[in-house]
Design a protein. Structure first.
Length: 148
């Protein structure tokens, strides 16, 4: 048996494609995920947000990161390596959510200690299903570490 959280979960979506950002917002809304969604459009912006640098000095600590691998400026693999090597950030669960089905990307992501790897489906209905499953597992079943 799983229970819904009583307060919104803070999610950082690291995604450069505006269409995928909008699709993720809609999927979270349709699946009734109580969330505060923050978006970083490239890897460098994601790390500034997480480290609370520059204009992100007052940014909240996310409880879950949804990370695309193919990003401008600093790709998702580099962002994942930085997150998981940083003692202040490494406990934040990271879900790679990407179009890549390449075995090398999957292996490298797990070598870098990703919490799970999900391939984005191209079909809208299937994408909604994926978000629903992420919601069920990460937001209803799993005990997340407290946000710092």
């Amino acid at each position: 048996m799983h229970t819904e959280r009583s307060r919104p979960i803070r999610i950082l979506l690291v995604e450069d494609n505006p269409g995928d950002v909008q699709l993720t917002r809609e999927a979270l809304r349709e699946n009734k995920v109580m969330n505060e969604l923050y978006v970083a459009r490239d890897g460098e912006e994601a790390l500034r947000f997480l480290r609370r640098e520059d204009t992100f000095a007052t940014a909240p600590r996310p409880e879950l990161i949804l990370l695309d691998l193919n990003l401008p400026r600093k790709d998702g693999r580099e962002v994942l390596a930085d997150i998981k090597s940083d003692p202040d950030l490494r406990r934040i669960p990271v879900v790679v959510l990407t179009t890549s089905k390449a075995e090398s990307d999957i292996i490298r992501s797990y070598d870098l200690h990703v919490n799970c790897y999900v391939t984005k489906p191209l079909n809208l209905d299937r994408f909604m299903d994926v978000v629903r499953e992420i919601k069920t597992f990460w937001l209803s079943i799993v005990e997340l570490p407290p946000a710092g």
